[in-house]
Ligand binder design. Sequence first.
Ligand code: TPP
Length: 330
Amino acid sequence: MKREELIQLYSKALLIRLFEEKVDWLFSRGRLWGTTHLCIGQEAVAVGVISCIRRADYVVSTHRGHGHLIAKGADIKLLFAELLGRREGYCMGKGGTQHLCVKDVNFLGTNGITGGGIPIATGAALSIKLRDEDRIAVCFFGDGASNQGAFHESLNMASVWGLPILYVCENNMYGMSTRFSMVSKYEDVAKRACAYGIESTIVDGMDIEKVYSTTEKILSKVRNGSPFLLEAKTYRFCGHSKSDPRLYRTRDEEDEWKRKDPIAQIEKKLLEILPEKELHAIRESLRNTIEESYRYAEEECKELDKDEALRGAYAYTNAYVSQGDIQCPR
Ligand SMILES: Cc1ncc(C[n+]2csc(CCOP(=O)(O)OP(=O)(O)O)c2C)c(N)n1
């Protein structure tokens, strides 16, 4: 891989890592609400796959989707604004981490429903085929989601109709606290593809270059209407979400995977071709991007007032109605 390409992959992956670390920091200080699912440790999959596709291609994500959106080209300022519930955010601050949708970059959404994105992506691929468009759909999901009926129905449909879709399973071995081997006879999700006449392959999801080169090889088939299932073996370094004491796995297992840290791996390669000073400059510039973007969202963007927050909502709760100042639609 050329030096510039390697730098680009590294920069994207590090930007995601720094963004997620900042989100973690904001949560721990009560600046963000609800929950969040960080993709620290899994960056190579998002970056490796999405760096191979075009802006016009659709991406459908999961509940752990910040990395997918950043890799697809999100503006970090608008992403922070969204998470902080600001008007300037991508979805006017109403979507938050689980309902992020960015039409500009053809990102069709994160999704709080496990496996919920799989039929959405399949539908997007069907629309591409019906309109005879020159693009594809890429659908991320976890190992846990592959036990949802929607996964099986979607793959069957994509196969029968010859849809231009790449299914990417981020197999981090756990669905919340359930080890995948406890809920599946096969540890490889890729094996399931043959039941639907779909090709599949497994890649080391901790190695950005391998994910990139494997995806590159697959894409011409997908663009020609052959759906494909790519399984990336990966690991989330954090807990499932904000409130996870990680009792279902050992610290030894975590340490073993942390030794395969995708960012450390690519830094090591870069140090062979780049002076440490240049690497340091890249890191500093990305840190500044994160801090400036956060500051923009926190200091320059506005919180929604009550009317704005309710605009576009399909239903009002009793709490709002009982305040008496809001018209309840009949
Ligand atoms: C339909 C549905 N069932 C259960 C949940 C609760 N839930 C949230 S994330 C999750 C695990 C998902 O595991 P996986 O698909 O492997 O993704 P990962 O969290 O490992 O990235 C579950 C069960 C949900 N959100 N939706």
